[in-house]
Design a protein around this ligand. Structure first.
Ligand SMILES: C[S@@+](CC[C@H](N)C(=O)[O-])C[C@H]1O[C@@H](n2cnc3c(N)ncnc32)[C@H](O)[C@@H]1O
Ligand code: SF4
Length: 443
């Protein structure tokens, strides 16, 4: 048998090289990492060093028949080489029920085992990850223990970006409880976020002014968030936004939507052209800009729809299922997920059942990894029940998510393509998760 670097081991080694901490002669462990990084493989010895590194998941056994080319290709196709940040969902519970929320129908739960998340952070740091987002649901309200995890991440370095995503429910409140702690006011809350190690506070905006407030069912929230951006800055945290863009908006509408928060976030002179302010915001990766995706509460939105089911013009696969960029999500139920829509990105492994390193090292064995890398979604396309999902979508990702969940459920339940009744049942299960069933009353 031979040994080679595992996916995790390759990431760790690449990071050590990058930060100039991998020097020949430092230790037998680093020597072996360097050997494998440059020489690709080595013969397995039944030694304490090899067995220890196998246990740590840094190296793995490989068949002697594997050629240098095959091993090199495996290293070059590391699923995590473009991974820049980890998203901790922490909770799916939320105090809002926004009109567009893709998470609306997923089961409500909060991660209650901080140890598995701390251990995961230790591994992610070794892989060179320097950005962590806390997203939710509404982490600020229901994410018990999330600030302890923030402290743990911060203990590694001052240079790590740690963002809280929030709907801003706590803005301009007095005497409120957030994740189990009591705060006198907004300033006290922000000061605590800073003290614990948060670096960015990211507010969601679903459109300018009333558009946002209507979608969030909270009159006045848009203006509160604009004032909140300045408050965040005042305590020494970086304010940011997560913006929802609609396909039907004109370029001018999109530009001015971006420019308004940008003026506050980056202190622009009021005469700076709108496009310049919008561009600055869009080029900063600590903001988020997403197109509206018609899943969850947004399912069945028919403002802009294009038929997809009968054409093969659009590739259905998504690279993010096998070459993650820029993020990997740790869901509130412990699943590692690529896609964040409903449960579409789950199925690689669960931190409650196996270690992070094991899951990362076996990532390419997951059914949904192969489904996307082998471009097999089209095979399942005719099975999508149009009476449940309709035959048109606003966003291709909705259809991708539906097919991915349908295929995975069929695979897990060993359902054949001929079993029409079981396929009908699975379509319904998926439609409940994606918000397409039961059908909503039109106003
Ligand atoms: C699920 S929320 C959780 C964080 C927090 N509750 C909030 O709203 O800021 C994270 C981000 O996803 C966005 N989002 C939710 N549903 C979406 C959809 N259907 N399409 C695109 N973005 C969506 C939200 O607007 C928000 O910025
Ligand atoms: S978008 Fe955020 S605030 Fe709105 S319902 Fe979803 S999780 Fe809650």
């Amino acid at each position: 048998m031979n040994i080679r670097l595992s996916y995790y081991g390759w990431m760790v080694t690449r990071n050590l090289v990058k930060v100039n901490q991998l020097h020949l002669g430092d230790s037998p462990k680093t020597d072996l990492l360097l050997d494998l990084y440059t020489g690709l493989f080595a013969p397995y010895e039944d030694s304490s060093l090899h067995n220890f590194m196998l246990d740590e998941g840094l190296i793995e056994l490989s068949d002697e028949s594997a050629s240098r080319g095959e091993i090199l290709l495996r290293y070059q196709r590391n699923p995590f080489e473009h991974l820049e940040k980890i998203i901790f969902e922490i909770t799916t519970c939320c105090n809002f029920n926004c009109d567009h929320c893709y998470n609306a129908q997923v089961p409500r739960l909060t991660e209650l085992n901080p140890k598995i998340l701390r251990d995961a952070v230790d591994n992610f740091i070794c892989m060179g990850i320097r950005r962590f987002d806390f997203v939710g649901g509404e982490v600020s309200l229901y994410g018990d223990g999330w600030l302890e995890l923030v402290e743990h991440i911060r203990s590694y370095s001052d240079d790590i970006g740690i963002s809280l995503y929030t709907n801003g429910w706590w803005l301009e409140q007095a005497k409120f409880k957030a994740a189990g702690q009591l705060f006198a006011d907004t300033q006290a809350y922000l000061a605590e976020l800073k003290r614990r190690g948060v670096s960015h506070v990211v507010f969601s905006l679903d459109g300018p002014n009333d558009l946002h407030d209507v979608s969030r069912h909270r009159p006045g929230l848009y203006q509160k968030i604009l004032r909140g951006l300045a408050q965040v800055k005042k305590v020494g945290l970086a304010p940011r936004v997560s913006l929802l863009i609609r396909a039907e908006w004109s370029n001018e509408e999109v530009e001015s939507f971006l420019a308004e928060p940008a003026s506050i976030i980056y202190d622009f002179d009021p005469h700076t052209p709108t496009y310049e302010r919008a561009l600055r915001l869009s080029l900063d990766p600590t903001n988020a800009i997403s197109s509206f995706i018609d899943v969850g509460n947004g399912a069945g939105d028919d403002r802009i729809q294009f038929p997809i089911l009968d054409t093969r013009d659009h590739p259905l696969y998504c690279r993010n299922f096998y070459r993650l960029s820029p993020s990997l999500t740790v869901k509130a139920n412990g699943e590692l997920a690529t896609c964040r829509l409903s449960q579409a990105g789950e199925g690689y492994g669960n931190l409650h059942q196996q270690s992070l390193v094991e899951t990362l090292n076996q990532f390419d064995e997951a059914f949904i990894y192969k489904l996307h890398v082998n471009r097999e979604l089209e095979i399942y396309l005719p099975l999508v029940d149009r009476s449940l999902f309709g035959s048109a979508f606003t966003h291709l990702c909705s259809l991708r998510a539906i097919i991915t969940m349908l295929a995975r459920k069929m695979h897990e339940q060993s359902i054949s393509f001929e079993d029409a009744l079981a396929i009908q049942r699975i379509n319904r299960e998926v439609a409940v998760l994606t918000g397409h069933f039961p059908l909503k009353e039109k106003e």
